[in-house]
Design a binder for this molecule. Structure first.
Ligand code: SF4
Length: 303
C-alpha cells in the first residue's frame, strides 16, 4: 500500500530562524502551498508555491558556489583536480544558466527552477550589484583552491570523506531534524565538519555548526570532543574554528528542544486539520518584510 504523503513537522536551523523572524512567513513556507500539485484549477496554493521558491541574488550566488564546489569533489573522486580558475568558471556558468532561467523559463517548473526575487518583483539589478556577485565567486573560488587554510580539505582523500553536500535527517524528540554539512571527513578518531559561507560571519553560524556536530555524533557515533567544526567564509577569505564542548552541545540541544516544542504547539496537517490563522500572525519587522519572498501576497508586506 502506498504511504500517504504527509505534512510533517521537521526542524532545521534555518527553519527555526524563519519561525522566530515571522510566524506568517513560516506558515507560507511550511503549510500554505501544501497540496498545490492537486489544486485544480490552479489558485492560491500554486501562487504561494511560486513565492516560496523565490531566491535572493546573494543566496543564489552562494548556491552556485556550493554546487561548483560539490562538482570539485566529484571530479576529485574521479582523479581530476579543478584549478581556482576552473572552479570560478564553473560557478559563473551556473550563475548565468540560473539567471537565464529566472529571466524566462522558470514557469516550466516553478517549484524546481531558479526564480530570482528581484526578477519576480521587477527590481532592477544594477551592474554594480551583479559585479559584486561575480567578485564574490572569484574570491571564493580562489580561497577554496589556493589558500593554505583549505589545504586539509583539498588534501583529504576520498576514502576519508564522510559527507559532501548531502542532505540527511535524524530524529530528535520525535521530530525529523535536517542537517546538511557541506563537507565532513575523518582523520583518525577526529571528524572534521566544514561549512562554506559566502556571506559575512554571524553569531548564529556557531549555533548552526553545533547542530551539525550533534548530527555527526548521531550519524558517525563520534564523541563530541572528537568533532572539529570549521566555518569557512570563502568570500572573506577566512576560516573560523567553532568550539563544540559538551556544555555547548547540550545548550544547543536545549535551544532546539524549546524551538521544536513551540513549533509542535502550532503544527497542523493541512489535509485534515482546520487552519487557525491566529497562530500565524504577520509579525515580520520592516526590514524582514522588505526582503520577504511573500511580500506580494502578505497583507503586511503589501502595506
Ligand atoms: S511580508 Fe512581513 S509580515 Fe508578511 S510574511 Fe513576510 S516578513 Fe512576515
Amino acid at each position: 500500500m502506498a504511504t500517504k504523503f504527509q505534512c510533517e513537522l521537521s526542524w532545521s536551523a534555518s527553519r527555526a530562524k524563519e519561525f522566530d523572524r515571522c510566524k506568517r512567513e513560516y506558515w507560507y513556507n511550511r503549510y500554505a502551498s501544501w497540496g498545490w500539485w492537486t489544486e485544480k484549477p490552479r489558485g492560491k496554493k500554486y501562487e504561494y508555491m511560486i513565492h516560496k521558491n523565490l531566491t535572493g541574488l546573494a543566496a543564489f550566488t552562494g548556491t552556485c558556489m556550493h554546487d561548483a564546489i560539490e562538482h570539485w569533489f566529484q571530479l576529485k573522486a574521479e582523479g581530476t583536480v579543478m584549478s581556482g580558475k576552473e572552479l570560478y568558471e564553473d560557478a559563473v556558468e551556473r550563475f548565468r544558466d540560473g539567471w537565464r532561467v529566472s529571466s524566462d523559463g522558470w514557469q516550466a517548473q516553478p517549484n524546481k527552477m531558479v526564480h530570482l526575487y528581484d526578477h519576480h518583483y521587477e527590481i532592477p539589478i544594477s551592474k554594480d550589484r551583479a559585479e559584486k556577485m561575480r567578485e564574490l565567486l572569484e574570491r571564493s573560488a580562489h580561497y577554496f583552491c589556493e589558500h593554505d587554510d583549505l589545504i586539509p580539505v583539498r588534501a583529504a582523500t576520498p576514502e576519508s570523506w564522510l559527507s559532501v553536500e548531502s542532505m540527511d535527517t535524524y530524529q530528535y524528540i520525535g521530530t525529523k531534524v535536517y542537517a546538511v554539512p557541506d563537507f565532513a571527513y575523518s582523520d583518525g578518531d577526529k571528524v572534521h565538519v566544514w561549512d562554506w559561507k559566502t556571506g559575512t560571519p554571524r553569531q548564529e553560524d556557531h549555533f548552526q555548526l553545533r547542530t551539525y556536530a550533534l548530527y555527526a555524533c548521531e550519524k558517525w557515533s563520534v564523541d563530541p570532543e572528537d568533532i572539529i567544526l570549521h566555518a569557512s567564509y570563502l568570500a572573506k577569505g577566512e576560516t573560523t574554528l567553532i568550539s563544540s564542548s559538551i556544555e555547548e552541545l547540550s545548550q544547543t540541544q536545549d535551544v532546539m528542544s524549546s524551538g521544536i516544542r513551540e513549533m509542535m504547539d502550532v503544527h497542523y496537517d493541512p489535509d485534515v486539520d482546520d487552519l487557525m490563522m491566529e497562530n500565524w500572525p504577520p509579525n515580520g519587522d520592516e526590514q524582514a518584510c522588505h526582503w520577504c519572498n511573500f511580500r506580494g501576497v502578505c497583507e503586511k508586506g503589501k502595506e
